[in-house]
Design a protein around this ligand. Structure first.
Ligand code: 5GP
Length: 212
């Protein structure tokens, strides 16, 4: 069975990436979403084990020591990390595994797994990032400004991603993300097993013909 692709989706706070990911999972059966661990407090409505595995700093540091993370990073004062086991299991089952993680983590994963596809999602403008954070109403003005400053830093690194998707119209954007993943799966460098097989097949064919 063909292994799935590791898809990393990052985006500014308020980019809508969470909604995009939820819709991808709902509409298509090829995706599996990795649930991260974090030390940040749950927001209203968030459920342990669904949005995140909520951990204390002590618990999180024990998980780091036990090498349980594919990657982890500190973002605006909290730890976030991707548990490794689930990702490996799902990829082996042929699922396309989505990691919704920030940039430092994205680049760490790309170093470890060069076949990972890096996708950045953003609203049409910086002003719109602020508006969406305000509208969400879950963070104080101080935290929103921290996230805006982080956004300014992150904007300088977007060029290192493989794909950039603008989330203006949500419905369109979900279709674009899905199509991009389908194309990314056909990149020759992600199909080295198939290439190795055809090389062997040619060699065997020619050997048989020449011997026969
Ligand atoms: P939030 O607190 O808004 O849920 O997430 C803050 C940032 O952390 C977002 O950019 C989100 O994508 C990122 N994030 C969530 N889980 C992980 C993870 O496991 N690893 C890393 N590196 N970033 C994560």
């Amino acid at each position: 069975m063909r292994k799935g692709i590791l898809l990393i989706i990052s985006g500014f706070a308020g980019s809508g990436k969470g909604t995009i990911v939820k819709e991808l999972i709902r509409r298509y059966d090829n995706y599996a979403l990795s649930v991260s661990a974090t030390t940040r407090a749950p927001r209203p409505g968030e459920v342990d084990g669904r949005e995140y595995f909520f951990k204390t700093r002590d618990e999180f540091e024990k998980m780091i020591a036990a090498d349980e993370f594919l990657e982890h990073a500190e973002y605006v004062g909290n730890y976030y990390g991707t548990p490794r086991q689930y990702v490996d299991d799902m990829l082996n089952k042929g699922k396309d595994v989505i990691l919704e993680i920030e940039m430092q983590g994205a680049f760490l994963v790309k170093e470890k797994c060069p076949e990972a596809a890096l996708m950045f999602v953003m609203p049409p403008s910086a002003g719109e990032v602020y508006n969406r954070l305000k509208k969400r109403g879950t963070e104080s003005e101080e935290v929103i400004m921290k996230r805006m400053r982080r956004g300014a830093e992150e904007s300088r690194e977007i060029g290192k991603y493989d794909f950039l998707i603008i989330n203006d119209d949500l419905g369109e954007c979900i279709g674009e993300v899905h199509n991009t993943v389908r194309c990314a799966k056909h990149a020759a460098f992600r199909n080295s097993d198939t290439i190795d097989t055809i090389i062997k097949e040619f060699d065997e064919f020619l050997n048989n013909k020449e011997e026969g």
